[in-house]
Design a protein. Structure first.
Length: 441
């Protein structure tokens, strides 16, 4: 694209206003034709700043996923202090064809809608799409911590959740797009397994100060506009509508209702926590002990807290309670009964369907899968159920299951000691009893 054409596009007031509005409270990266960036951090305060950067050599604009109180003060070490929030940007990049990215993006959009989330979408400028959920869709705090401080952990967990949940539907959509699996295989060099991620990359490992192409910015390889797309037109989107002369900068991007992503966030965090448990817990960690069920009187404080009903962490507690009861030798029918009884005590019980889904997931895992270790903040401390007692401290408990076995053995030792003491006392009493001598006649 000729420099005069680039200048003409960015001279449009509607384009300047749209880019400057999207850049508010964000770090801006102005990229030049050779791919290098102008000095960072940078900001755009006014629409006219866009044209100013272009006159200095910028051809494309990128903005940060994170929002800052003072973007120009950014430096290593102060990021958590000045981060005021972040937005969820699901970056989907097709490896072969625009049609693949379009089909995969439509699946993710439908999945989010099922959660009551209304995402906005924009064309990346090449073969992919950016699916966006504004930060205000999520609660300001989660697990008693400001959500602004939990970046990039939380958005990465949401994207992983989406990838795992949408995998099968995305594969079906790609096969349908190509008219069959055989045709789909020909679009990539190799396909070792049936995964949509051989065709569409969903980026999730970005970290601090990650940038994405601003809405209405040009793409420096295709010279197409990274334009927002109306969701209902996503499946019919074509590159023709992204040519600069066909773009009108009036479609919104990153616009959501407050709190509409709350359920999505909780399910994503529960999913992430379970993945960590599956990776970390090994069957051999289960302590040796009696094979009979352990009674509730020997349960640790955290499990008793769950049994008393919770406000936060209800979904996570289903996994913890089921894994714990199975590890202390409870029967399946008793486990299910106890989980449903406990759910009724929660402040805002979970739907029965959710409970059964969680239980089925757990049953499909290794039968010896234990609950998370005590150091797992997401399962205990963050939801306020880590309440150590004297056994926790004295025995250096690492897992709730260890507590139950140790508490039961401790009680057994105390009972045996008491019985022995009773026997000794009885024997001593017999020894001190006066003897009666019989006189011979």
């Amino acid at each position: 694209m000729h420099q005069m054409d680039i200048l003409a596009y960015y001279s449009r007031q509607d384009v300047q206003r749209a880019i400057a509005s999207a850049a508010r409270d964000r770090e801006v990266g102005c990229a030049m034709r050779d791919g290098t960036y102008m000095k960072r951090p940078d900001i755009l305060l006014y629409p006219s700043d866009v044209l100013d950067r272009v006159k200095k050599g910028a051809v494309t604009f990128h903005i940060s996923v994170e929002r800052w109180t003072q973007p120009l003060a950014l430096k290593q070490g102060n990021l958590d202090e000045i981060r005021k929030g972040w937005d969820l940007i699901i970056d989907m990049d097709s490896k072969a064809k625009l049609e693949h990215g379009r089909a995969a993006a439509a699946v993710v959009v439908d999945f989010l809608k099922d959660y009551g989330v209304s995402p906005t979408v924009k064309f990346s400028g090449r073969r992919g799409f950016h699916i966006a959920v504004a930060g205000n869709a999520f609660p300001p705090e989660v697990d008693f911590r400001p959500i602004a401080k939990r970046y990039p952990e939380v958005p990465q967990a949401i994207v992983q959740f989406l990838k795992d949940r949408c995998k099968e539907r995305m594969m079906e959509a790609l096969v349908a797009e190509e008219g069959g699996l055989a045709a789909l295989r020909t679009t990539v060099e190799s396909m070792p397994d049936l995964s949509p991620y051989h065709f569409v990359e969903v980026e999730k490992d970005w970290g601090s100060r990650h940038l994405f192409r601003a809405p209405y910015s040009l793409h420096d390889k295709t010279w197409l506009v990274s334009t927002p797309v109306q969701v209902f037109k996503l499946r019919s989107f074509s590159k023709e509508s992204a040519k600069p002369e066909n773009v009108t900068a009036n479609l919104p991007f990153l616009s959501n209702k407050d709190g509409e992503g709350y359920e999505l966030l909780l399910d994503a965090l529960d999913h992430a926590a379970k993945l960590k448990v599956v990776e970390a817990v090994k069957p051999r960690q289960k302590p040796a002990g009696p094979k009979s069920p352990i009674a509730e009187q020997f349960f640790p404080p955290c499990i008793k807290a769950i049994l008393g009903g919770l406000t936060d962490g209800r979904k996570r507690s289903v996994f913890t309670l089921a894994a714990f009861l199975r590890s202390v030798n409870w029967k399946e029918e008793d486990i299910e009964k106890k989980v449903f009884e406990t759910n009724k005590l929660h402040k805002g019980p979970l739907p029965e369907r959710t409970i059964r889904t969680q239980m089925r997931w757990h049953e499909r895992q290794n039968r010896d899968l234990m609950p998370a270790n005590c150091v797992s903040e997401q399962f205990y401390d963050s939801i306020g159920i880590c309440r150590p007692d004297e056994i926790c401290a004295a025995k250096r408990i690492k897992n709730p299951v260890n507590y139950a076995f140790k508490a039961m053995m401790r009680a057994a030792k105390l009972r045996m000691a008491a019985e022995q003491e009773t026997k000794r006392a009885s024997h001593a009493k017999r020894q001190t009893r006066p003897r009666v001598r019989r006189h011979q006649a």
